[in-house]
Design a protein around this ligand. Sequence first.
Ligand code: HSE
Length: 299
Amino acid sequence: REVRVFAPATVANVACGFDILGFALEQPGDTVRAGLSEGKEVKILSISGDSGRLPLDAAKNTAGVAVRHFLDHLGEERGIEIHLEKALPLGSGLGSSAASAVAAVVAANVLLGEPLSREELIPFTLEAERAACGAAHADNAAPAMLGGFVLIRGYDPPDLVRIPAPEALCCAVVHPHIEIRTEDARKILRREIPLEDAIVQWGNIGGLIAGLMKGDYSLIGRSMKDVIIEPVRSLLIPGFEEAKQAAMDAGALGCSISGSGPSIFALGNDRRKIEAAGQAMQAAFAALHIDSDLFVSAI
Ligand code: HSE
């Protein structure tokens, strides 16, 4: 028996929620086909869509790492064979490593008769994230696993809170064809934060969560500001300020870096405006001769 599982791209951080907030797009995403095998091994039999860049060695691939931890946790005697179909670009800030890990561990769970719930599978995907970038952050894996917006209230143990979003909320994500490794984008961050910045940031994250739950678009927009991470990481993304300004001029509620970048995203409450914002962001990159892809999605 073979099962097929899709896991979507995700936008982590959502401006002010570094490592504690993310949401899932509808498309694109990675797909895993998997089956049980004799023997305890986790094998990646094939990977497509990665231009040959990802290792087939299961110990070096987030899909393989997540499934290995899952099988070890269960004390499972059987193995899993995986075919990974990548649609998410690597180093894009779209949660590529998390999507592969989530799709693989959900597929393995289904094959074994669903011994664990979706929430209970999260720790294995975090081990995969740790292997990929050195940090077991959950703000891609949790929304890829559960859908919608997910707040990671705490990490020890993971305390995941699904946050409802208003019906019309939609998103444009532009992926400029530059690559940024999450590990590198984390190393450059300041380790200490002035209290004044912390006050602004936690005001905004509280405001963003309240805005989502109340369906208050103005509050969502006012809260989508990041005074801690974006000022540092935006330096790695040529054209960021211009693209952000273009999105805001086109009527986006807010705009920031998706995860560790270089993708940038804008939220809106009007599908046509958010499509225009996406195209305006692409035009800003094109002015610098940077090609990009645009994804528009409901949330
Ligand atoms: N919260 C993580 C970071 C997401 O910003 O480093 C990485 O996709």
